[in-house]
Design a protein around this ligand. Structure first.
Ligand code: PMP
Ligand code: GLN
Length: 378
């Protein structure tokens, strides 16, 4: 039988690999990005209560109306953007499904999609699966967009540019000027759309996160993706949402209805109620304290910490410790030092290795204490 892979270059993700290594070697897991502390007891209580209610059957395809309303309110309160929750919003099974669905719905065979490296791992495969071409453009040294390089790569064939802000893996947040450049770009290229991955939209520190939702120009040219996983410490629930202008949302819903139809009803009902009580503006401070704690405890280590402005990731250079490549170094760190991290080069199409590791600080105090003690001994 003749059979060839549609994704010949895809293997097991680095997140799965490093989390498995952490387990196998009984190491502290600062690799895959997920919180290891309990969820809000109020959310727990709401879920328990909801299981006794009649919320266990299919809900409307685009989302439970009560949750759509709550997300609409959240977007208005946060960004003063008024969306029509019935035509411009979709609840998805996390941001990964959202991104896959958007690419299937929007990008045609032969078109091009710009990805900015280092980039999160779920962007490229959906592009390849539709027969389009991913164009990987490196961010600059500070992990911000290099607008000259981006402009040089955009043409009439470019359907989408995928942006991610606050940024995984660097923890960088975009500046006002970056938004101005993006506005100019979409003005110059009338077919270009933005897929704005804002899953860490509420996790930002000294510099406020600016969203495409705030720009009159960009909001009509962007599809915004977010995830409750990050916002409410429930990465395993896999619930997120997409905001898009109606023209595009119609197409996105066509794909969504045959990919999942509707998203987990118990989760949606619980989140709709929980959002009456929870204050997302506290999330930045919550993670800022964790970042500060991690940085303080790493002060006497030989790692050089890079700036961290958002997300729950801290980057650190290890060039003064070893000249091994980052994948080898990260593996050795698990085996010999008992801490799992993520090597940065895997986020780059060209494998560029700047001797940087990513540490996830979305962890309880004890984990941060134990991990940093080990890291300071290296
Ligand atoms: N985008 C980025 C930048 C991420 O870090 C993640 C993973 N946490 C996702 C998308 C996927 O989110 P989800 O777990 O909701 O699918
Ligand atoms: N977003 C998580 C990270 O960056 C990984 C989630 C996953 O394993 N798919 O660590």
């Amino acid at each position: 039988m003749y059979f060839s892979s549609k994704l010949p270059n895809v293997g097991t993700t680095i997140f799965t690999t490093m989390s498995k290594m952490a387990q196998d070697y009984d190491a502290i897991n600062l690799s895959q990005g997920f919180p290891n502390f309990p969820i809000d007891p109020l959310l727990q209580e709401i879920v328990q209560k909801k299981t006794l209610e009649n919320v266990h059957q299919y809900v409307p395809m685009a989302g439970l109306p009560a949750l759509l309303d709550k997300v609409g309110e959240l977007i208005f309160n946060q960004y003063q953007r008024q969306i029509d929750a019935t035509t411009e919003l979709l609840i998805t099974a996390g941001a990964t499904q959202a991104i896959f669905t958007v690419v299937q719905a929007i990008v045609q065979k032969g078109e091009e999609v710009i990805i900015l490296d280092p980039s999160y791992d779920c962007y490229e495969s959906p592009i390849i699966l539709v027969g389009a071409k991913p164009i990987r453009i490196p961010l600059n040294e500070d992990f911000l967009p290099d607008w000259k390089k981006i402009r040089d790569a955009v043409s009439s064939k470019t359907r989408l540019i995928i942006t991610n802000n606050p940024h995984n893996p660097s923890g960088k947040v975009w500046h006002k000027e970056d938004f101005k450049e993006l506005e100019k770009l979409v003005n110059d290229f009338p077919n270009l759309m933005v897929l704005s991955d804002e899953v860490y939209e509420f996790i930002h520190f000294e510099n406020k996160h600016l969203s495409v939702n705030c720009s009159e120009i960009l909001k009509n040219r962007s599809i915004v993706v977010s995830s409750f996983g990050k916002t409410f410490h429930i990465t395993g629930w896999k619930v997120g949402y997409v905001v898009a202008p109606e023209l595009f949302m119609r197409e996105i819903k066509k794909v969504h209805q045959f990919l999942v139809f509707c998203v987990n009803s118990l989760a949606q009902a619980s989140l709709a109620e929980y959002m009456n009580y929870v204050d997302v503006s506290k999330l930045g401070k919550f993670y800022q304290n964790k970042r500060d704690d991690f940085r303080l405890k790493m002060k006497n280590s030989r790692f050089e910490l890079l700036p961290c402005e958002g997300s729950y990731f801290q980057l650190a250079k290890y060039a003064t410790i070893s000249n091994e490549n980052d994948v080898e170094f990260a593996k050795r760190l698990v085996i010999e030092n008992g801490v799992a991290t993520i090597p940065l080069s895997v986020f780059n199409a060209n494998g560029d290795d700047r001797k940087i590791l990513r540490f996830c600080f979305a962890k309880d105090d004890k984990t941060i204490q134990q991990a940093t003690e080990k890291l300071c001994k290296i």
